[in-house]
Write a protein that binds this ligand. Sequence first.
Ligand code: PNS
Length: 171
Amino acid sequence: MSVTVIRRAVCPGSFDPVTNGHLDIIGRAADLYDEVVVAVLVNKNKSSLFTVAERISVLTEVTAGYGNVRVDSFQGLLVDYCRRNEIPVIVKGLRAVSDFDYELQMAQMNRGLAGVDTLFMPTNPEYSFLASSLVKEIATYGGDVSSLLPELVHKQLLARLAELNAGPDPR
Ligand code: PNS
């Protein structure tokens, strides 16, 4: 009797919002594994521009073309999510040496905690400076971030910022 082993990996993150840099890593992971789960962290302590449901919805849309990527959310420890979903590998993009220290620490901790390994992928140099936080800051002050995001995400970002600008002045 032959047993089919599904090679599964997770790409975790906040994805607030998903950028072309994230998509590059997700797409390359999708080439390497049978199934890739994009897992959105539910973090009640961190304020976000988009709700988890909005992030899941947009991620589902922009990754639909890969065919072997599904999107989910998780709370708590990533390794617990991995254990529950039988995922042995975390895939992370490394943009620069500055990412490495913290990522290495988390990778070693996750392996020590639960035997879950981490695969580091060098980010495409085109996106080595790219971070969701920077994209939000630049867009807030009217900078052009259209080349850094999927078109749908760019539209949603501009719409969300316009909504916030139209709201009551909190001061
Ligand atoms: O996109 P981000 O915010 O840089 O992603 C960070 C993320 C979600 C990958 C990381 O914070 C994480 O794994 N959080 C889950 C909580 C956890 O497992 N913490 C222990 C890490 S050793």
